[in-house]
Design a protein around this ligand. Sequence first.
Ligand SMILES: *Cc1c(COP(=O)(O)O)cnc(C)c1O
Length: 397
Amino acid sequence: MNTEEIIETAESKLIHTYNRYQIVLEKGQGVRLYDHNGKEYLDFGAGIAVFALGYNNKEYNDALKAQVDKLIHTSNYFYNEPAMEAACAVTKATGLDRVFFTNSGTEAIEGAIKLAKKYAYLKTGSTDHEIIAMKKSFHGRSMGALAVTGNKHYQEAFGPMIPGIKFADYNDLDSVKALINDKTCAIIFETVQGEGGIYPATEDFIKGVRQICDEKGILMILDEIQCGMGRTGTMFAYEQYGIKPDVVTIAKAIGCGVPLGAFVAKDEVAKALVPGDHGSTYGGNPLACAAAAKVFELFDKLNVLDNVKEVGAYLSDKLEELKSQNPLVVDHRGIGLIQGIELSVSPSEVIKKALDEGLILFSAGANVVRFVPPLVITKSDVDEMIEKLSKALNSVG
Ligand SMILES: *Cc1c(COP(=O)(O)O)cnc(C)c1O
């Protein structure tokens, strides 16, 4: 089939929940993707902050292939070695004690919410607890995750939401304090808001929430599904604030393309969940966990964090430069390899022009172009991206 036929057939069979670009992607190599017609794209989206190691990494592929030939799935009624390895890697990297593996970020959020509820239930014997989430947040599309996603547009047609969720203003500690009462069992937010437009937490905010949670016995849940796994230059973004959450959610880059998520908790909290409370058929299966174990290993071996710090700082300089030169760019935010520029025009036009130039970018929020490339990109990739982006901006502006 040619590109048009593939797209036409797909559109006739798939539920139309995405306005897709008219491109059929076929293969990848390093930080480049190739479409069905052989056109090359520099990838600054990484499948939405997923493919951290770059495409077709031989060691990663080999690890997966070996696991395919050994064992793909077992059920969670048995142990498997890759899950043990991945659990060791995740707990070490997060500084937390126990992990539950899921198949997606959304499910990690669901699990974290259930954990918070059970933990509170064990303390008080009641279930009328409240959770504080943030406006402009994104935590996923299932009914629990949607309930803590502070975006009316996403929730509108799907009510009623699960009760007991209140929304504060991100980075406004007073707005959080105003919502706290005896029923509050958890405060959940992204360490760097991703979909909402690339807003990192301020130091005062995150430390302030930590202090309130400590004083009142409230669980602090950080969603690092997008900003974790090295994207900010440390394995988890919260490390840069010198704090630790009680629960962290992870997904996107942890499997580097193999569906995997996790919620990870302190021992005392994790123990609230007992057999029968939570489960998943696929969650933590040997294939996905072999991927994750290899991802952690390769992060070390390839010095991914050092690269993020160095190239992230370079990207930051280049985007500041672009902002000072181009009136369409009104703001620049972010850290490491999760950055964004706010535009005075619609990002979708710019993104379409960028695709013509052979550059893949995603938007975030209504007016932000987001940069979440594979974590192995180089400075010269950044230069090439800026050149293509400038052309795209000029053809719009
Ligand atoms: C992507 C994302 C989710 C949802 O993850 P899925 O794997 O799409 O279910 C949740 N929280 C944040 C911060 C995300 O970026």
